[in-house]
Every structure is written in C-alpha cells, then in structure tokens.
Ligand binder design. Structure first.
Ligand code: ADP
Length: 488
C-alpha cells in the first residue's frame, strides 16, 4: 500500500474498490434518504424566513436537489451503479451544495439558517461514503462557488463572506481529515483482512499437506503393521513347526534307542539258543535228543539270518541304496513261485495250513512292468506273516486288476490284530513293543519294510483284521502292462 495515497497495486485496488462498494452500499442508501429528508425539512425554515425567495428556494429543493438525491438513492439499486457511484455521488454532492450556496447568497444577512445546512452538507460527505479526495473536491468547488456568488450578491460585504468562509473552510478541513482517516482505516482494515485471508489459505495449504503426509504415514504404518503381524504369525507357525519337529526328532530318537536295545535283545535270543544248544550237543543222551538240539540250533540260525536280512534291508533303505528297477515279467509266474515256496514252508506243513492262490489275469495277459524283486519281497513278507500268525485254517493270496491298478489280497484265518495294533504295525520301530512277536520270535520289521517298498513302486497298503478271526492285507500297485511280452 502506498504511504501517501494509500492506494494498492492495480489488482488489489480493484479488489478493495469492490469490497468498499459492497460495504458502503447500505450506508449510501440510508444517507441519501436522510439527506433528502433533511433537505426537505429545511423548506419549513424557507416558509418562515425566505419571504419573496420562497418559491425559488422550493424549486431548488424540490425540483432539483431532492429529486437528484432520491434518483441517486434509486440508482443505487441498479446493476451498473458500482461502476459510476463515486462520480455520481460527487456530482450529487456538488449540486446539493450549490443549491445551498445559491440560497445562502440570496438570503438577507440576518437569516443564517442555510449556513447550518451547508455545514451539515459538508460534514455529510463522510457519511455518504464519498472518497476523501472527491468529498474534499466537492467541498472546495462549493466554497469557490459561494465566494464568487457572495461577492456578486453581497456587493462587497466582505465581512459576511469572511465569516462564512471561516466556518465553511473549518468544516472542509474537518470533513477532509475525517474522510481521509476513515478511508485510511478502511484500507488498513482491508489490507489486514487480506493478509489474514492469505495467511489463512497458507495455513490451510500447510494443513492439507500435513494431513496428506499424516495420511501417507498412517497408511505406510498400517501396511508395516500388517507386515509385522504377518511376520509374527509366520514366526509363530515356524515356532510351532520347529517345536513339532523337535518333538518328532526326540520321539524318533527314543524309538531308535528302544529299537537298538530291542534288536540287541532279539539277536541275543537266537544267539543264546545256538551257543547254548551247541554246548549241549555232546551231552545229548540219545539220538532223538541230539536231533532236537540240532533242530533248535538250525531254527535259531534261520531266525538270526532272517533278522539280519531285515536289519540289512532297513539300513539299505535308510542309506538310500535301494533303487527301483523296472523288470518285465509274468505276474502269474511270480505268484506260482511264491506258492511253490510256501507250500514247502515249515509253518504250512507243521500246522497243516490250507495254502491257495488265485490269479486275476490270464497267463498270456499277466506280463507287467514293475520292480519284480520288491514285489516278490512284499508278497513273501505278507504270505510269510499270514502263515506265521495262523495256527489253524487257511492262507489264501490273490490279485485282480481294477481300473489302472492291481489289487493284491493276502487273507488268513489266524490270530488277527487288535484295532490299536493295526495303527502301529506299519510303523518302523513300533512293532518292537508288541507282545506276540515274542511268541513268534520276530523283530517286527517286515511290515514297515513292506510299506516302504510299496511306496517306492507307487502303491499303498491297508489291513482289515479281527482278533481271533483272521487278517486281510490288501495292497495296490499301479498297473503297467508289458504288451510286448504278452502272449496273444
Ligand atoms: P514280524 O512279523 O517280524 O514281527 P512284521 O512287521 O511283519 O514283523 O509284523 C508286525 C506285527 O504285525 C507282527 O509282530 C504281528 O503282531 C502283526 N502281524 C503281521 N501280520 C499278521 C497276520 N497276518 N496276522 C496277525 N498278526 C500279524
């Protein structure tokens, strides 16, 4: 803002004028109504004091000035008033003042009442919101007009002119200062409000950018939080898994120790039999007793050999030495071999077990591709168990082809397996704790080896059994026919 003129740069000045107009419009309307009223009220004094001038004065008041004041009042409601209002007010002010001047100079010297109206009019320029420059200009114009007309009408009665000038000039000064400071304070107020507005919008901007930053931070914190939650839950899962793995390892370790302890016991039993009865050989009293001792030694030897074979198999599996080897062979020949092998089995002969088997495919269609050695071991283990754990009755093994599988069944009428034991018999190291293997002198490795072999050739096994009634072992392997070797 300029220090002397108090005007702003072009754009702000425009804004100020707009603002000044909007704030002034109501005051302008009231002030013009009041002025018109006062101008009219002074007509009463005209009636009392103007004498022969009354008609002329009433013309000035009611045909010129009051209509002009009211017209200005009405124009203030117009759309374009804002573009010329200061100029119109200046014009109205000069005309209103000039009307009073004309009346003052014509009145007789003792009638001063119009001088009062002049003073009111000069002071009123602040009230009507005329800018200080225009109001001062209007007042000066009227004083000059007064002086010119007074000199003409008063015939050089300088005293009266000076007396009036004294009052009028004082009024000009007062109104000029007043209007000047009113405008300055208006402008300062406007400037302050403008700066406040600017600061406000700056603060709002800062606020919104802060809000944005806070929002961003909050969302990144939220994401991090979610990640942390995820991490924690992952860790918890890992912890649980580790705990489970630890427990499993500890359990496996215990089982392994129990297995080793049991194995050494299992080995000692037949070894004791062999050494004990070998020492007794020369003490045999007759041929029959000697045969008995030799039989025990041979049985114990076979048992020991079987046990060592199973342990060897298991350690080979654990070392990963055993690999699947696909052979092309006749399944019916294999089942016949097994039958031939077991028909001569000691258990079968001694217990007079009815051994039978049944093939599910014709001889010429029974050529398949799989690991013959493993399949044979599986069948041998299962048929051997069936014969071992059957005291009376029969053992039957058979196979049939279902969809793309071969299903083998080994059924016996033996001692059966309790429900709890059915859960354990395929677990490595588990069977060692079972009771009947003591009776049958077995180490409980056969079924776990069987299950592993089956897994190797892509099969699985299950058992149906009832204590005292017998057992049925059923296993499946994926079928792969060897068409080339099939005899058509
Ligand atoms: P082993 O026969 O050498 O003890 P296995 O692993 O072959 O070891 O068998 C585990 C256990 O399952 C046996 O000790 C026995 O208690 C039970 N079992 C297996 N086959 C039969 C069967 N056909 N009838 C009754 N019990 C069986």
């Amino acid at each position: 803002m300029n220090n002397i003129t108090h005007s702003y740069s072009k754009d702000i000045e425009k804004e100020f004028k707009k603002d000044f107009f909007e704030k002034s419009i109501k005051t302008i309307r009231y002030s013009f109504l009041i002025l018109a009223f006062m101008y009219s009220m002074f007509a009463y004094l005209d009636v009392l004091l103007a004498g022969s001038l009354l008609k002329q004065f009433l013309y000035i008041r009611f045909l010129v000035v009051v209509p002009l004041l009211l017209t200005t009042f009405l124009l203030s409601f117009g759309k374009y008033f804002r573009f010329f209002w200061q100029e119109l007010l200046l014009f109205t002010n000069i005309i209103g003042g000039a009307g009073i001047v004309i009346m003052i100079v014509q009145l007789p010297a003792e009638s001063f009442y119009s001088n009062g109206l002049m003073l009111i009019f000069l002071a009123g320029s602040i009230f009507i919101k005329l800018r200080s420059f225009y109001s001062t200009l209007a007042a000066i114009v009227n004083i000059i007009l007064y002086n010119i007309l007074a000199i003409y009408y008063f015939n050089n009665n300088i005293d009266t002119v000076v007396l009036n000038d004294f009052f009028f000039v004082s009024a000009i000064f007062i109104s000029a200062f007043a209007s000047y400071y009113t405008e300055v304070s208006d402008r300062e107020n406007f400037d302050l409000l403008r700066q406040l507005g600017q600061k406000n919008s700056e603060i709002q901007e800062i606020n919104s950018s802060l809000e944005l930053t806070v929002e961003k931070r909050t969302s990144s914190l939220y994401i991090r939080n979610e990640e942390l939650k995820e991490e924690i839950s992952q860790r918890k899962i890992v912890e649980i898994e580790l705990e489970a793995a630890k427990e499993k390892a500890e359990h496996a370790d215990k089982l392994k120790s129990a297995f080793l302890a049991n194995m050494s016991h299992e080995i000692r039993t037949p070894m004791n039999g062999i050494i004990g009865f070998a020492n007794l050989l020369h003490e045999a009293e007759n041929e029959e007793e000697l045969d008995e001792f030799i039989k025990i030694i041979v049985n114990s030897g076979e048992h020991l050999l079987n046990l060592i074979d199973e342990i060897m198999d298991l350690s080979k599996i654990e070392a990963g030495i055993i690999k699947v080897k696909v052979d092309h062979f006749s399944l019916n020949e294999l089942t016949k071999d097994i039958y031939d092998m077991f028909v001569m089995n000691k258990n079968v002969i001694d217990k007079d077990i009815a051994l039978s088997y049944e093939n599910g495919l014709e001889d010429n269609e029974s050529f398949i591709s799989t690991d013959r050695m493993r399949l044979k071991q599986i069948l041998v283990n299962l048929v051997n168990n069936a014969c071992k754990y059957t005291e009376v009755g029969s053992v039957k093994f058979c196979y049939k082809s279902i969809n793309s599988q071969l299903e083998f069944t080994i059924e016996d009428t033996g001692i059966g397996i309790s429900d709890e034991q059915q859960e354990l018999i395929f677990d490595r190291f588990m069977q060692v704790s079972m009771s009947n293997n003591k009776v049958h002198g077995s180490a409980g490795l056969g079924l776990s080896i069987t299950k592993i072999y089956l897994k190797m050739i892509g099969g699985n096994i299950k058992v149906n059994s009832k204590l005292g009634k017998g057992s049925k072992f059923i296993f499946n392997i994926p079928i792969k026919y060897d068409k080339q070797n099939s005899i058509s």
